[in-house]
Design a binder for this molecule. Structure first.
Ligand code: ADP
Length: 185
């Protein structure tokens, strides 16, 4: 399942694609890891990246050390199909008042996109950061993730292809319905 939207500004037309699948199979310039502050690749998305990407990604993370909530860092993609993994730190939902958790999630997305551009890359695939072990409710997370991406694309003058890769068909439907609602406003 997949669906593509066009996001335009005065200079360029970007694409926003929603897809159901395993993010470690994507072939964008970069994929995003749902990381933790210690940059230890444990379970969920991070576990899948560790298993398929090999040891080098964790070793690079160890060199970097740590990252704050809402931040992001970049490593190479090891044995994955991608050149780079951007490790974005979403919030553990219950650790913050809702508005603060929302801001951290939004910053994690925005900082990942900034790192993408700083490294002269143009395509990226995001998982539904914070909606697994970190417990962020799916509907507000979909709203924040999609809105943050659209806001970024509206001001970016370099053409970007942004993808959100959802693991389950339920999540794909939640995100796709949200994208349709936001973009028809
Ligand atoms: P967090 O700790 O930030 O919540 P998780 O990795 O536990 O991160 O989960 C984030 C989201 O990624 C969840 O919706 C989960 O279903 C999804 N997910 C887990 N594995 C994969 C994968 N291989 N590809 C894409 N999405 C995945």
């Amino acid at each position: 399942m997949e669906c593509q939207y066009l996001i335009q500004n005065a200079e360029v037309t970007h694409t926003l694609k929603l897809i159901q699948g395993d993010i470690t199979e994507r072939e964008t310039d970069a994929i995003v890891n749902a990381a933790n502050i210690n940059l230890v690749l444990g379970s969920g998305v991070a576990g899948a990246i560790r298993r398929k990407g090999g040891k080098s990604i964790q070793e690079e993370c160890n060199q970097i050390g740590s990252c704050e909530v809402g931040g992001a860092v970049i490593t190479t993609g090891g044995n994955l199909n991608v050149k780079h993994v951007i490790h974005a730190i979403g919030p553990i939902y219950k650790q913050y008042p809702p508005k603060e958790a929302e801001l951290h999630l939004s910053n994690a997305i925005k900082n990942s996109l900034e790192i993408l551009q700083d490294n002269k890359l143009s395509s990226i695939s995001f998982p539904a950061i914070s909606t697994g072990v970190y417990g962020f409710p799916k509907h507000p997370a979909a709203d924040i993730i999609i809105s943050t991406i659209i806001r970024f694309l509206k001001t970016s003058l370099i053409q970007l292809s942004v993808e959100i890769c959802l693991f389950s068909s339920d999540d794909y439907n939640i995100f796709n319905n949200k994208a349709r609602m936001i973009l028809k406003k």
